[in-house]
Ligand binder design. Structure first.
Ligand SMILES: Nc1ncnc2c1ncn2[C@@H]1O[C@H](COP(=O)(O)OP(=O)(O)OP(=O)(O)O)[C@@H](O)[C@H]1O
Length: 275
């Protein structure tokens, strides 16, 4: 295991473009961000601002054109086993006959001594991840019988099961009803006591109330302590037609870079998707 003095995740001067896009502006332009132990960091910005792309670079699913990403001091391909990832719009095939426990066990793939077979220790770990997320009593229910909030907890358990040392969550509260969102908020708080969390979010009340740092990303990035952002300022950025951040405007890419406009619920795109 890497030395604990290493940053959890270090993104240094990363520039990234998707190949074959008509618009060859970088999606990420010289982006730097260091995640440390104890962090509960939100990544905010308009749609198409590059938030998911940044998470994929941290996971080593994409490679930077310039700059470097390190995960606990090593390349993301080697370090991604320490990352628990809950992707945006994670879906479970509605026809899948899987139980909740089966879904969590999938998080052991690549970590199990038995390849795709799970032994007693994997089952124990899966049950303990379900306990941590308050879902142990659901272990044998069909996954598709669960509510959106319960499914999201199960996906967090799946991210934790392989003994993750950092949690990356992409819009975890999207599509979850307000009551369940509150439960998820409490869960993330509890988890944060033991594991650093990086969370892409449009949930401004969550960002202002619970996170300790906020990274504003719109092609370029600036990082702010939560005390530097007033609720009014963030509301103006995301909630209304006047979407302005008042924190160090000259340093903030949401003002300076000119990628699109800024809207918590929709926002703009940098360009067309060309997968
Ligand atoms: N595989 C891909 N190929 C080409 N372009 C892509 C690909 N994936 C994303 N993009 C484009 O890159 C830009 C950034 O996308 P990304 O998903 O990182 O943004 P985001 O900030 O996460 O947006 P959202 O808030 O909508 O999830 C967008 O313009 C998107 O269309």
């Amino acid at each position: 295991m890497a030395a604990s003095s290493e940053p959890v995740i270090d993104v240094r001067g990363v520039t990234f473009r998707y190949a074959h896009r008509a618009d060859d502006r970088p999606i990420l332009d010289d982006v730097s961000l260091t995640i440390a132990e104890g962090d509960f960091l939100g990544i905010i910005g308009p749609n198409g601002g590059g938030k998911t792309t940044l998470l994929k670079l941290m996971l080593g699913f994409l490679e930077p054109d310039a700059g470097e990403v390190r995960v606990f001091g090593v390349a993301p391909e080697r370090g991604r086993g320490w990352i628990g990832y809950v992707p945006q719009h994670a879906t479970i095939d509605p026809a899948a006959p899987a139980s909740v426990l089966d879904v969590v066990l999938m998080g052991c793939l690549g970590h199990s001594r038995w390849g795709v077979w799970y032994g007693r220790s994997e089952r124990d770990r899966a049950m303990s991840a379900l306990e941590r997320t308050g879902c142990a009593s659901l272990a044998h229910r069909p996954i598709n019988a669960l509510s959106g909030g319960q499914k999201q907890r199960v996906l967090i358990a799946r991210a934790l099961v392989a003994e993750a040392r950092v949690l990356l969550l992409d819009e975890p509260t999207t599509g979850v009803d307000p009551y369940a969102q509150q439960g998820l908020t409490e869960l993330l708080h509890e988890l944060h006591a033991r594991i650093p969390i990086v969370m892409v979010s449009h949930d401004i009340s969550f960002v202002t109330q619970h996170l300790n740092r906020v990274a504003c990303l719109n092609g370029r990035m600036s990082v702010h302590g939560i005390d530097e952002l007033s609720h009014d300022q963030i509301e103006r950025t995301y909630a209304g037609p006047v979407m302005v951040l008042h924190h160090h405007e000259e340093d903030c890419p949401i003002h300076a870079h000119g990628h699109g406009h800024h809207d918590a619920s929709g926002g703009s795109e940098n360009g067309a998707e060309q997968d």
